[in-house]
Design a protein around this ligand. Structure first.
Ligand SMILES: [Zn+2]
Length: 100
């Protein structure tokens, strides 16, 4: 199977700001994602940025482990690879699951 560039794979990529098709690759951002620049309006951005939010299932799994397995935040950080500050933030937002 021939490899195609991400630009060619997408059907007519358009500028997310003005809708122009005159966009060119413009290096990568600090995260390593391909950036594009619009020749028409001049904006530079990632065309389809990924959501940085954790999937709700994974979030629930981590919170369940912390609540039921009596996992410390530091242990949860090691096991799941989620920063303990993040887990702490989730715990503040979400009411604790009831214990049976
Ligand atoms: Zn544009």
């Amino acid at each position: 199977m021939a490899r195609t560039s991400s630009l060619a794979a997408e059907a007519a990529p358009r500028c997310t700001a003005c809708g122009s098709e005159r966009i060119v690759k413009n290096g990568k951002n600090v995260c390593g994602h391909q950036q594009f620049r619009c020749r028409a309006c001049g904006v530079s951005r990632v065309l389809a940025p990924k959501s940085r939010e954790t999937a709700p299932e994974r979030k629930a799994e981590v919170l369940r482990a912390v609540a039921t397995e009596r996992l410390s935040l530091r242990a949860a950080q090691r096991v799941f690879g989620v920063a303990r500050g993040t887990i702490s933030k989730w715990l503040e937002k979400k009411p604790k699951p009831s214990r049976r």
